[in-house]
Design a protein. Structure first.
Length: 509
């Protein structure tokens, strides 16, 4: 029976829906896609009000997080408005559809006409998915608002904040807990400074930039260029400059503690620390051959120390790999029946083994433990013929199975499920930008842990690790080595990728 031309039915349809229980309508709407809900809200005031219900969007969030990476965690929803949740999910859908699609053009971030000679980049990172933080070897730190950049590929762009500190070094940066302020740590020899950049400043500053770097702390580290991580809420800095210890420093009180790094024979000489990160009551230490978690000293734990009990040092040793740098996601806190669970994702590369994507989980109760799961691998000498292909012409190689390519740069997004690497085959002038997404279902279905056995076991393990679900999205052809990509960054929320060349040039794709 058709009701399309029946005026009586058309007049009754809204009334019929309005008589249904709201709970049932929420259940029905939960099966719709977000574009359908946004279309449905335009039909009448009743559906408009229904589409603004908070419980509906939380249900949609819970469904989508099983299907694709999302820019926020379940625990963060409480501080977000319905409009913010809606915007985040809509943006996540757009990025999901476009992130692995080949990109034809790049947007240059260039103010060399105002700044003078560029230096090679020492830092490049997205902040809040809206800003891009860069630092060159002349120690000019710039903060770019990517929504304000020139739309012209050759146009001059202007940073929204800039700080010039010749002979200093940018070592670490982070956001305040409420994400309103950027904290930047720099050092010169054994001196260190902490600068803040209020990101929501509306009032004009005294300089020519919209935002400003403000000196918040100046202190002595006792070790040269040692800061690896900072926590502005507790005024803590993690210092590392020796092979045997990590220092924790409160820059407000100057209170300091030394943590001895776990010795493990003569091999520890070659097991240097690549990066440090706060992980709840632990310090996560990612090294060349292992990942370790050291408990924070009691005096630095705050009021929760009494409830934690004795915390032991945790360690996982990798087999037959030599990592040379690691890109870490933000630490994510969740709860299980026993207590707090901290999760960090890592993207790292071994010149001979390939690129690895790990999930590191630290549980506090009932017994402190650390587990490492290998989510994806781009291995050398391993065929990836099952990965998606795109016929885009000879200028855009999309086959990511090139296993003899040297990876020059890689980066993981803040959530940890999307990333990018740049590689080049020996003898080729093409630099390939490869983007990947790790599907959330892999976090549940793939249980193979990273092995701690001998090299033969490692070879067998590598053969069974899933390959990256990725695609080459851009090829950069140039004979000039100054165009080599040496550093990159990725924003999981917006889908933007930033590429830094040896020359100091920055491109946004």
């Amino acid at each position: 029976m058709h009701h399309d031309s029946d005026p009586h039915w058309q007049n009754r349809s809204p009334a019929l829906f309005s008589t249904l229980p709201v709970e049932l309508l929420h259940q029905l709407a939960g099966f719709l896609d977000i574009p359908d809900i946004l279309t449905l809200r335009q039909t009448c005031k009743y559906f408009f009000a229904l589409s603004k219900d908070r419980s509906l969007w939380i249900a949609l969030f819970n469904r989508l997080r099983e299907e694709q990476p999302l820019p926020c965690s379940r625990s963060e929803l409480g501080a977000m408005s319905v409009t913010e949740i809606e915007r985040a999910l809509w943006m996540a859908l757009k990025v999901e559809k476009s992130f692995l699609v080949p990109r034809e053009c790049t947007q240059s971030i260039d103010d060399s006409g105002k700044h003078g000679v560029r230096g090679s980049l020492s830092g490049l990172s997205f902040v809040l998915d809206r800003y891009l933080l860069s630092a060159d070897n002349t120690m000019v730190i710039s903060l770019w608002d990517i929504t304000e950049l020139s739309s012209s590929p050759t146009g001059i762009s202007y940073p929204c904040a800039r700080l010039s500190l010749p002979s200093w070094v940018l070592l670490a940066h982070t956001l305040s807990f409420d994400k309103s302020t950027l904290y930047v740590a720099v050092s010169r020899h054994d001196r260190a400074r902490i600068y803040t950049v209020p990101l929501e400043t509306i009032a004009p500053t005294t300089n020519k930039y919209r935002l400003s770097f403000n000196l918040a702390a100046d202190f002595n580290m006792q070790l040269p260029d040692a800061i690896r991580c900072i926590n502005p809420e507790s005024n803590l800095a993690l210092l590392y400059n020796t092979a045997t210890s990590i220092d924790v420093l409160n820059w407000q009180t100057n209170c300091r503690a030394t943590i001895s790094i776990q010795p493990n024979g003569h091999e520890e000489v070659w097991n240097g620390v690549l990066t440090l990160q706060f992980c709840g009551p632990y310090i996560l230490c990612f090294r060349v051959h292992s990942v370790e978690a050291y408990p924070l000293p009691l005096g630095f734990l705050g009021p929760t120390a009494a409830t934690l009990g004795a915390l032991s040092m945790l360690q996982h040793r990798f087999t037959a790999v030599n990592f040379r740098r690691a890109s870490l996601s933000h630490t994510r806190l969740s709860q299980n029946s026993a207590g707090e669970v901290y999760t960090i994702f890592v993207l790292s590369n071994d010149v001979f083994r390939g690129t690895f994507h790990y999930q590191i989980t630290v549980k506090i109760k009932p017994v402190p433990s650390i587990s490492v799961r290998s989510l994806a691998l781009q291995g050398l000498g391993i065929s990836d013929s099952h990965l998606p292909r795109k016929e885009t012409g000879s200028h855009m190689p999309s086959d990511v199975s090139r296993t003899d390519a040297f990876v020059s740069a890689w980066a993981l997004g803040s959530v940890g499920l999307r990333g990018v690497w740049v590689d080049r085959k020996r003898g080729s002038i093409d630099r390939r930008v490869v983007a990947f997404t790790t599907h959330p279902s892999r976090l549940r279905s793939y249980e193979l842990p990273s092995p701690e056995g001998n090299e033969d076991e490692a070879d067998e393990f590598i053969a069974n690790v899933p390959r990256f679900s990725g695609n080459a999205i851009l090829a950069i052809s140039s004979y000039d080595l100054q165009d080599d990509i040496t550093i990159c960054a990725v924003s999981e929320y917006s889908g933007h990728i930033a590429l830094g060349a040896r020359s100091g040039a920055i491109s946004l794709i």
